[in-house]
Design a protein around this ligand. Structure first.
Ligand SMILES: Cc1ncc(COP(=O)(O)O)c(C=O)c1O
Length: 348
């Protein structure tokens, strides 16, 4: 490969560094002693910012990471004999090393969900076991927004799913590792999730310019009291909480979280348009947020991956994932597209 490689890869929004404003905020709070475990003023300020964002008295529990935050959120709504309905492609099902099954002892009822999206009738179809003590009881529905397939639920779709779940007494969990990208795509605002009927969600920071740390947001605040204890039991209570809370404070200032996600989405859209014009690249669909899924010749994939790494998505179909981040630049896109064209020419 002779094309110059992009400075930022397209492997994952987890691969990017920390946004400078977040880094500066961390520096600012790195001063003196404050109480630990969230009793500090920075954590209180960040929780207030979440309440402003959701325009509601939500409760917020900061956690170390996304898998842990999902565990805390799910644990807070499940009993030992209950199961979680989720998409087969969901992160909790395929990318968390069985954490929910192992740590919560829950069963995941993983349903095939085209484009990562469940439908209300799929949920309804699972309800025939309710009340039968021989069957694990569906207790929660978990959806991801934006989805692992880079798609979006509309607000109506989320509302209909939650309505179906609530009709049968299930709680609704939303994995929002990339909620910012959904909000930047303007399909919803955080406060809309209350009307849609979401009970608890993970609000991602790491993929949006933070160093680490995610927040579990309880739209039904009554769930949070129990969850405080569960967070500690699940090893997700950070002692120096100020460093996680402050990152969210910085992201919410002047809507940096939306700007970051908007940049990532816009870059993915640009990349999508550019590669779609190349012979030999087939996109699953135009990108809706910051990830695109493309099929191309295996030899071209191999050449590209050794030049600028990205992940295979479905090897059986030669499908790969290209993901943009808040720091992806126009130059990165231009270089990557030139690289794809070169790799395709090497493997005619
Ligand atoms: C949809 C989704 N949920 C949760 C996570 C959080 O994972 P981690 O535990 O690696 O922070 C990720 C990370 O890639 C994700 O893509």
């Amino acid at each position: 490969m002779e094309s110059p490689e992009p400075s930022h890869s397209f492997a994952s929004d987890n691969n990017s560094g920390v946004h400078p404003a977040v880094m500066e905020a961390l520096e600012r709070v790195n001063e003196g002693h404050v109480l630990a475990y969230g009793e500090d003023p920075y954590t209180a300020t960040a929780i207030d910012a979440f309440r402003g964002l959701f325009a509601a008295p939500v409760e917020v529990l900061f956690c170390w990471g996304g898998t842990g935050a999902n565990i805390v959120g799910l644990h807070s709504i499940l009993q030992s004999f209950q199961a979680v309905i989720c998409a087969a492609s969901s992160h909790i099902n395929v990318d968390e090393c069985g954490a929910a099954e192992w740590m919560l002892g829950t069963k995941l009822i993983d349903l095939e969900a085209p484009h990562g999206k469940l439908t209300p009738s799929q949920v309804e179809d699972q309800m025939y076991v309710l009340g039968d003590e021989h069957h694990v009881q569906p207790g929660a529905l978990s959806v991801t927004q934006s989805t692992e397939s880079g798609t979006l639920y509309t607000l109506d779709e989320l509302g209909e799913l939650a309505e179906m779940a609530h009709r049968f007494g299930l709680k609704v969990h939303l994995d929002g590792a990339r909620l910012a990208n959904a909000c930047a795509a303007e399909v919803m605002r955080p406060e809309d999730l209350l009307d849609a009927g979401i009970d608890v969600l993970t609000f991602g920071g790491t993929k949006n310019g933070a160093m680490y740390g995610e927040a579990v947001v309880f739209l039904d605040p009554s769930l949070a009291e129990r969850a405080r204890f569960l967070r500690k039991q699940n090893a997700q209570l950070p002692s120096k909480m100020r460093y996680i809370a402050t990152q969210f404070g910085a992201l919410f200032e002047n809507d940096l979280w939306l700007d970051n996600a908007r940049t990532a989405n816009t870059m993915a859209s640009r990349l999508g348009k550019a590669v779609a014009s190349l012979d030999g690249v087939v996109l699953a669909s135009p990108p809706q947020v910051n990830a695109l899924f493309a099929r191309l010749d295996r030899r071209a994939i191999d050449a590209l991956q050794s030049w600028s790494y990205f992940y295979d998505w479905d090897q059986s179909r030669n499908e790969v994932r290209w993901m943009c981040s808040f720091d992806t630049t126009n130059q990165d896109i231009d270089r990557f597209v030139a690289g794809v064209a070169e790799a395709l020419a090497l493997a005619p």
